[in-house]
Design a protein around this ligand. Structure first.
Ligand code: ZN
Length: 318
């Protein structure tokens, strides 16, 4: 019986594996370090060795892989995955040769969205926007039951919506993208600017003591009533809520999921995003849309990669 899927989530630090059954339950999971040396040339053989040593492929219907980069979903080729050093890797083709199984490839953020919608906070809705707020802001969109990929795979790159054309420089080479304001990195940058402005503030004290600053510090100080930190968080939530409000006018989702480290920093942050979202979106878009915190954490990627196989082999959509 070929009734299980292998879901793989390739990250910059670890490669996560899951054996997932057709109901989306994890039967086994493990991880190996990602060796990014020499443009990540050993990653594929490391993945294959790890599978070979652990799984009887007899029961497996197919392999799904999420990769942090730009993907051609039709061929399963990876154009570029900067974090792991890959350029022009025929991922699906190579893994298919090694495993003898069907192999499907997606961008890792999109795979995570599929996972959340299958077994997590998405609840298998047809129209969903999911964002991950951490070091950067990642995202994915499910529209009419399927991942929205777009013409060159950039659909759902919510972190790079321009929110301030004259704002701070972004990793993508432009200025004022959402993630320069509302990600952990963005909040830390704003806090650092405030330290110069207010050298006697509690924020400046924390910085002087630790010689660095984390998003957690900002949330903790805000919790204690620090006005500067409260303003930074309020601004981050306001801008994020506005971006989601604009997106909701286009996608008209029934759910928006907020995940990632910063979403765990406090329910009040998500509440602030939700308030800003509702103030800024069309009434008809807002009234059908519920904002929730993502549930699956690190498992979303492997579960979603498994769903990718199910979706392609069984021709299912949400
Ligand atoms: Zn950008």
């Amino acid at each position: 019986m070929n009734n299980t899927f292998i879901g793989i989530d390739v990250g910059g630090t670890t490669v996560k594996f899951g054996i997932i059954n057709e109901n989306g339950n994890i039967l086994d999971k493990w991880e190996i370090p990602t060796n990014t040396d020499n443009e990540g040339e050993s990653i594929l053989s490391d993945i294959w060795k790890s599978i070979e040593g652990r799984v009887s492929l007899h029961d497996v219907a197919g392999v799904g892989i999420g990769v942090p980069g730009f993907i051609d979903q039709k061929t399963g080729d990876v154009y570029e995955a900067v974090n792991i050093g890959w350029k022009q890797v025929e991922l699906a083709k190579i893994m298919k040769e090694k495993t003898g199984l069907p192999v499907f490839v997606e961008n890792d953020a999109n795979a995570a969205v599929l996972g959340e919608n299958w077994k997590g906070a998405g609840g298998q809705v047809k129209n969903l926007v999911a964002i991950t707020v951490g070091t950067g802001i990642g995202g994915g969109i499910i529209a009419n039951g399927s991942i929205l990929n777009g013409e060159s795979g950039t659909a759902g790159e919510i972190g790079h919506i321009t929110m301030d054309p004259h704002g701070s420089p972004c990793n993508c080479g432009r200025q004022g993208c959402l993630e320069t304001i509302s990600s952990a990195t963005g909040m830390i940058r704003q806090a650092t600017e405030k330290i110069h402005e207010y050298p006697a503030s509690p924020l400046a004290e924390v910085y002087a003591r630790q010689n660095n600053l984390t998003a957690k510090d900002i949330f903790e100080l805000a919790e204690k009533g620090d006005t500067i930190c409260r303003e930074i968080i309020q601004h981050a939530a306001e801008v994020l809520g506005l971006a989601l409000a604009n997106l909701a006018v286009i996608i008209n989702p029934s759910r928006i999921l907020i995940g990632g480290g910063v979403s765990q920093a406090g329910n009040s942050f998500v509440k602030q995003i939700d308030d800003a979202f509702r103030r800024n979106t069309l009434a008809k878009a807002g009234e059908v849309c519920e904002m929730k915190i993502a549930q699956l954490g690190n498992d979303a990627g492997i579960i979603g990669a498994a769903f990718l196989v199910k979706q392609n082999l069984e021709k299912v959509t949400f």
